[in-house]
Design a protein around this ligand. Structure first.
Ligand code: FAQ
Length: 328
């Protein structure tokens, strides 16, 4: 019922191929080495296509599920200016989902299949959105630190090898930089406010610290996909490198507000590498596999949205159409 895909008949037949034509593979890898972008109709190894679908699809799901924790605060924003900014931000996140689903569709998976896989638990989305936004300070921390973490990752990924994903990310990063400004403004406002405002900010930072460390994925030595993704320049930095970049950019900005992180071992070493206590990786696994505090609630809301919107999509389809072209 949703938009189209771009998989040629020949590519569809190759989807179960495990051994690639060595000449084509070499030509493909040379293009990557030269820094060329790969476009949807170009030859690509099946594994490259599958990895991109997995990653872009998870990213798209993260945007639409990621709108939910903040969305719950639109009606409770402390004033009209904050409410307007939050409405605009949540709307942007959904738009990012649209862009990313479109980028993933160019690789041959339909939007309908992707959304079904989100709802049936086959496809993951970012760990961070499975935690509750308990107070208004959580909205400040999401806007500053979750968006900050997303920008670190997305600026790096936007230099990657797959054209449609990179172009979507460039546009997303422009918008995210506004999100970051409103998040920073909100954090500074609370940090320089009343005793209560500082206390709720500190409490929110205490709760978001570990999920933020998890955000960049498992340590490099445990990462299943990094090697392949880095070889094909889908990822241009490893999980540990991105995590380090994030700590480097954002920890000092929180410390300068006299707010702390709940980790006595957090410090920057002389070699520029940040040291921190190992965040509980069992918790990470539990959360990304459906066992976090809000997974069930998030999926229930998405199921409701899918079911409630079905009649609209059906009404937009003419009798000869198989799908509705997304409006984004
Ligand atoms: N959460 O082998 P690796 C945002 C999974 S957008 C859940 O290291 P990879 C905007 C991984 O999928 C946030 N699962 O994986 C916003 C794999 O499982 P699988 C999303 C995770 O792909 C802001 C397994 O662990 N951003 O926040 C996570 O090489 C504010 C093994 O891991 C993106 O998706 C995780 N954090 O590296 C919206 C960016 N980490 O598939 C609203 C694109 C790992 O084998 C409000 N993605 N896993 O079952 C990436 O850059 C990469 O996929 C990584 C993970 C770096 C996330």
């Amino acid at each position: 019922m949703y938009g189209s895909t771009n998989l040629s008949e020949e590519d569809a037949k190759r989807m179960n191929t495990t051994v690639e034509d060595p000449e084509k593979l070499e030509a493909f890898e040379s293009r990557i080495a030269r820094g060329e972008k790969i476009e949807p109709q170009d030859w690509m190894p099946v594994e490259y296509r599958k990895q991109l679908i997995r990653m872009i699809e998870q990213h798209a799901h993260s945007e639409i599920v990621g709108a939910l924790p903040e969305g719950t605060w639109i009606t409770r924003a402390p004033n009209f200016r904050r409410k307007l900014a939050l409405i605009a931000k949540v709307q942007d996140e959904i738009g990012h989902g649209q862009l990313l689903y479109s980028a993933a569709e160019t690789l041959g998976k339909t939007r309908e299949e992707m959304l079904n896989d989100l709802l049936n638990g086959k496809s993951k989305y970012s760990n961070v959105f499975n935690y509750p936004a308990k107070t208004w300070a959580d909205i400040a921390v999401i806007g500053f630190l979750v968006d900050g973490a997303a920008i670190v990752n997305q600026v790096i990924n936007s230099k990657g090898s797959y054209g449609p994903y990179c172009r979507a990310l460039e546009r997303i990063c422009y918008e995210e930089s506004f999100h970051l400004k409103q998040g920073h403004d909100n954090v500074v406002y609370l940090a320089t406010g009343t005793k209560h405002q500082r206390a709720i900010l500190q409490d929110a930072i205490n709760r978001w610290y570990v999920p933020l460390l998890h955000f960049f994925g498992p340590p490099d030595k445990m990462s299943a996909h990094s090697e392949k993704l880095m070889k094909w320049k889908v990822k241009l930095a490893s999980n540990d490198d991105m995590r380090n970049q994030f700590l480097d950019q954002y920890v000092p900005k929180i410390w300068e507000l006299d707010i702390t992180f709940p980790d006595p071992n957090l410090k920057k070493n002389n070699d520029g590498i940040w040291e921190f206590s190992d965040p509980d990786w069992n918790e990470f696994k539990r959360v990304i596999n459906g066992g976090g505090p809000c997974n069930a609630e998030r999926i229930a809301v998405r199921k409701f949205a899918e079911e409630a919107g079905r009649w609209v999509r059906q009404a937009l389809m003419s009798p000869t159409e198989k799908y509705v072209v997304p409006l984004a």
